[in-house]
Write a protein that binds this ligand. Structure first.
Ligand code: GMT
Length: 391
């Protein structure tokens, strides 16, 4: 198949999933075209059958806010025409699903690619709820030929808040490359991250408000009183100064390491003893899954889709949002018993392999693409129209 993937290129789960999916599809012999305003952060190196198309945008002085969705629609249209795309896969509803829809409308009745939109979380639970985006999010999501959500939780939320009929949204969970995300990575950076004898607690995110990064610091402060340990904070975003301030205020700044953004978090997660994700809301929690695959137990909030990823008591612990005391107690319990840690580490790895390995999940996307490309059984459909819709 010839597939375009459009996503946010910035540090975040939707761009990570979109990129990993595109690379996995290319390895499975599909031709993949990434379309965005910058190269997605996990798209490194050269890969056969993978193309990147940067969206060109004229910065005319009249535009205080350049109309990126329109420039993106034109890029999608141009790439679709030039390469004969079968499908456009939009990651994060706005503006990607909207631009994809405009691009297919530009074919004016000629055969055009099909659209699959994957909903990731804040596109539905936060941004899509805002009055300025609600109706366009609903419209363009429903205009897609296929809709997927990364968790059952997100499917339910979308059906409820956008009035989408049951059965239209397919749940395809996020996935992880279990060959790359694994415990026995060489070289191990542990010695550079923490002094000998310290346990390593880790958090990876884009440091937005929803991640509650100050809670990460609060949990760690409580753990540190009982267990010699270091907190490694990976990523960056608007709330990083608040986390830094909280660490200073608690007098623990020397033991908190802010590493900034990293595109290969697999190298870091493999050295961690515990992963903390105390988010306010999380449709899935890709970083938690990546930690589990590395055999790192997770302590997180019981919110959104996280219970679909972290099995409470098996691969980690889940507690109510904001309950830093309970999270710290859970973390201490895991870190102070070798047996508990080993049991949870092995369970996390097993769950990642059995339920979320890329070789299990990526074929589900392919199957969905096939379904969406199959012409509806109507008398007008000609075999030549397969995979390209006439409008
Ligand atoms: O806000 C973020 O964490 C980034 C956001 C994104 O779209 O880039 O992440 C969302 O998508 C990820 C990939 O599907 C999920 O793992 C995250 O749980 C989800 N974030 C939220 O729901 C807050």
């Amino acid at each position: 198949m010839k597939i375009a993937i459009t996503c946010y290129p910035t540090y975040g789960g939707s761009g990570a999933v979109a990129t990993e999916l595109g690379l996995a599809l290319a390895e499975r012999e599909h031709e993949v075209h990434f379309i965005s305003y910058a190269q997605p952060f996990r798209l490194e190196g050269f890969h056969d059958r993978v193309f990147f198309h940067e969206v060109e945008m004229e910065h005319y002085p009249l535009f205080e806010h350049p109309p990126y969705p329109l420039a993106l629609a034109v890029s999608i249209y141009d790439v679709a025409e030039k390469y004969g795309l079968d499908l456009v896969h939009a990651h994060y509803a706005i503006p990607h699903a909207t631009s994809a829809w405009i691009a297919t409308e530009m074919f004016e009745g000629r055969p055009s690619p099909r659209i699959v939109t994957t909903l990731h979380g804040t596109d539905i639970t936060l941004v899509g709820q805002h009055p300025s985006f609600h109706s366009i999010t609903r419209f363009s999501t429903l205009k897609s030929d296929g809709i997927t959500a990364v968790s059952e939780y997100l499917r339910r939320e979308t059906e409820k808040s956008f009035g989408v009929e049951g059965g239209r949204i397919r749940v395809i969970p996020n996935f992880v490359d279990t060959d790359r995300y694994r415990r026995d990575r060489k070289p191990c950076h542990r010695a550079s991250l923490a002094p000998k004898g310290h346990k390593v607690l880790m958090h990876v995110s884009n440091f937005r408000e929803v991640k509650r990064v100050e809670d990460v610091v609060e949990v760690y402060a409580r753990v540190r009183r009982r267990i010699p340990s270091t907190l490694v904070m990976v990523g960056d975003g608007p709330d990083r100064p608040r986390a830094t301030q909280r660490a200073k205020a608690l007098g623990i700044a020397d033991d908190v390491l802010f590493l900034g953004k990293h595109s290969s978090v697999d190298e870091l997660l493999a050295c961690a003893d515990l992963f903390l994700l105390p988010s306010e809301s999380e449709s899935f929690g890709l970083a938690a899954l990546e930690a589990l695959a590395c055999g790192t137990p997770v302590v997180a909030s019981r919110t959104g889709g996280l219970p679909e990823v972290v099995d409470h008591g098996e691969s980690g612990y889940l507690f109510p949002v904001g309950d830093v005391e309970a999270m710290a107690e859970g973390a201490i319990e895991i870190l102070s018993s070798k047996e508990t840690w080993k049991r949870m580490s092995e369970a996390g790895r097993r769950i990642a392999e059995e339920r979320f390995a890329s070789h299990i999940v990526v074929p589900r996307y392919e199957a969905h693409y096939e379904e969406v490309l199959s012409p509806a059984p109507t008398p007008q459909t000609s075999p030549a129209g397969k995979g390209r819709k006439g409008r």
